[in-house]
Design a protein around this ligand. Structure first.
Ligand SMILES: Nc1ncnc2c1ncn2[C@@H]1O[C@H](COP(=O)(O)OP(=O)(O)O)[C@@H](O)[C@H]1O
Ligand SMILES: [Mg+2]
Length: 224
């Protein structure tokens, strides 16, 4: 799905002290499956994800998405790609505090009205939220429930690629595993890229990419 060629990202280009967040490496990601990106804080994981998902443009190198170069796209085309084909889950849920679960899921959905609402309700229920939780605002939900709402929102437009940056970092272990089960299930038909510095949640990854100091230090099939 992704072909990354000699990707380089330098922050603070104009400063004397340049930060090589990505040091120039190649990497291919498959069309579906759970890909884990693991490595210590500051190793470049988020930067890589931002580049893959078009939120950032690398300083040098190229990223092909289904054979098409992402780096040459106009901002409008990048936006369309993010809206139609990519989904995002972050460590923080970024839910709208005054909206209930269903509204938080439908807020950025393509399509209109009842159909969208029905799909949101189905999705939330399939992710384990009960009837009562559907009408609650984020403040009345547990951390795990909030993250499920955030995942439902990310899945609403049936993205071909789901990017998750430290999605379980704010959760206890049991809840973290439940969230990973959901992502693993979605990865049966889609590509799911999960960034973490916690090995234990990636037992079931199909591909493990290890990062160190802006470089990929190893790529292994299967989990850890
Ligand atoms: N917006 C930014 N401006 C300057 N430096 C940054 C910025 N974002 C990240 N960095 C630096 O780039 C490196 C990689 O960061 P990041 O991709 O966030 O790593 P990770 O997600 O693995 O913690 C780090 O040295 C970090 O300090
Ligand atoms: Mg990060």
């Amino acid at each position: 799905m992704f072909e990354i060629k000699n990707i380089t990202m330098i922050y603070d280009m104009e400063k004397e002290e340049k930060v090589y967040a990505l040091g120039g490496f190649d990497l291919n990601l498959p069309d579906k499956g759970l890909v884990g990106i693991i490595g210590p804080s500051g190793s470049g994981k988020s930067t890589l994800m931002y580049c893959l998902s078009t939120l950032k443009t690398p300083t040098a190198g190229e990223i092909l998405y289904n054979g098409k170069s992402l780096t040459g796209l106009k901002e409008q085309e990048r936006e369309k790609l993010r809206r139609d084909e990519f989904g995002f889950v972050f460590q923080r849920h970024f839910l709208v505090p005054y909206m209930n679960s269903v509204s938080n899921v439908t807020v950025a959905a393509n399509g209109k009205g009842e159909e969208v609402k029905t799909r949101a309700v189905e999705l939330l229920k399939s992710l384990g939220l009960g009837e009562k939780e559907l009408k609650k605002r984020p403040g009345k939900l547990s951390g795990g429930q909030r993250q499920r709402v955030a995942i439902a929102r990310a899945m609403m437009n049936a993205p071909k690629v789901l990017f998750a940056d430290e999605p379980t970092a704010a959760l206890d272990h049991e809840t973290a595993f439940a969230v990973m089960d959901i992502l693993k299930e979605y990865a049966k038909e889609n590509l799911v890229v999960v960034i973490t510095h916690d090995h234990s949640i990636l037992k079931e990854a199909d591909l493990m990419v290890e990062m160190w100091d802006g470089m990929v230090s190893s790529v292994k099939e299967g989990g850890v």
